[in-house]
Design a protein around this ligand. Structure first.
Ligand code: ATP
Ligand code: MG
Length: 332
């Protein structure tokens, strides 16, 4: 499997010094070619910070304090997005990696038609194409996401939330990027619409061929639609595994809690237990494993020592939990 985007030891803070918050903590994560990678975790776990950080789109006072983000172009050497010049970075976004923000559907400009907004994205990167060509491309893009061409001259307020979200996806695909990042593009939409949009995205991925980093706190959607899932807790990745493997057996008690927060997709009914307690305060993180105060399976080492994200002997899987790290390091 070829990597497209390799995040290595990324650290992000909001503010520095005593008032600072360490929101992304030494995260390493690889997105492979053609893959749908899901990123899940409770609110405040750092999912958006990770996505915006790696594309250098952090709002102030967000600062990257370390790490690298290697992008592997179609041909040529990998480039580190964190050290790329701002002019190269600008060309790079949309064309190579595009992002659909959390609540993006509300960021459409209300005074322009969706055709104008789609054409503007194309024109910004390909200024020499004629307006007629741009409009015909815009029409194709809308068709791709299941919106009829007669909607081309609609204003955002004339479209439903689901349609506006699909317009944003069309924009993200306008320049045929190799990576599409979606940050909870569906939270404001009802469940049926969420599934439709994700299903469409997966289908487009197969037809056009791109990689997707899909961020949500709805793990049930990821289990159904992604190839691999990474779970974040308190700014760190605590488990990553193939979606099917994670659904069959989650190794981290936090993943287990998330999986038991929604009804079983198929097979026997699972008990819905949820996770007692609340996410950690990033300014006052618990000692040892950040999850230990909420963990039903904690034992001696958990309160004192932080478990490293460790590759597991079976499958393509990593876990940061003493239940699965200790025995491995002892056997070494
Ligand atoms: P959600 O599921 O709610 O979108 P998330 O996993 O995307 O949550 P982030 O938005 O990345 O979480 O936030 C991670 C942490 O960083 C949180 O503790 C949050 O309070 C903090 N944070 C986010 N934005 C800022 C900011 N602009 N200034 C200070 N702290 C921030
Ligand atoms: Mg977020």
């Amino acid at each position: 499997r070829e990597p497209v985007l390799e995040i290595k030891n990324l650290n992000v803070n909001y503010g520095l010094g005593d008032e600072g918050v360490h929101a992304v903590r030494d995260v390493s994560l690889t997105l492979h070619r053609g893959e749908v990678l899901g990123l899940a975790g409770e609110s405040g776990s750092g999912k958006s910070t990770l996505a915006y950080g790696m594309l250098r789109l952090l709002p102030p006072p967000g600062v990257i304090t370390g790490g690298s983000v290697l992008y592997h172009p179609r041909d040529g050497e990998p480039v580190d997005l964190l050290t790329l010049s701002t002019s190269r970075l600008r060309r790079f976004r949309w064309a190579e990696v595009s992002i659909v923000f959390q609540g993006a559907m509300n960021s459409l400009n209300p005074v322009h038609t969706i055709a104008t907004q789609l054409c503007d994205v194309i024109a910004a990167h390909e200024p020499r194409t004629s307006r007629a060509v741009q409009r015909s491309r815009a029409k194709d893009l809308l068709k791709l996401v299941g919106i009829n061409a007669d909607r081309l001259n609609s204003y955002p307020h004339q479209l439903s939330g689901g349609m506006r979200q699909r317009v944003m996806i069309a924009m993200a695909l306008a320049l045929e990027p190799r990576v599409v990042v979606m940050d909870e593009p569906t939270t404001a939409l009802d469940v049926v619409m969420q599934r439709q949009i994700l299903a469409q995205l997966v289908e487009l991925r197969e037809r056009i061929g791109f990689s997707v980093l899909f961020i949500t706190h709805d793990l049930s959607l990821l289990v159904e639609f992604s190839d691999r899932i990474a779970i974040m807790y308190g700014g760190s990745i605590v488990e990553s595994a193939r979606a099917a493997d994670l659904y069959r057996e989650s190794l981290h008690p936090y993943s287990d809690g998330l999986l038991h927060s929604f009804p079983a997709l198929r097979g026997p009914r699972r008990e819905l237990t949820g996770i007692p307690g609340s996410p950690p305060d990033l300014r006052a993180m618990p000692s040892g494993c950040a999850f230990h105060p909420r963990c039903p399976k904690k034992f001696e080492p958990c309160a004192d020592q932080t478990p490293m994200l460790t590759a597991q002997p079976t499958g393509d899987r990593e876990v940061a939990c003493w239940l699965h790290v200790a025995e491995r390091s002892l056997s070494k």
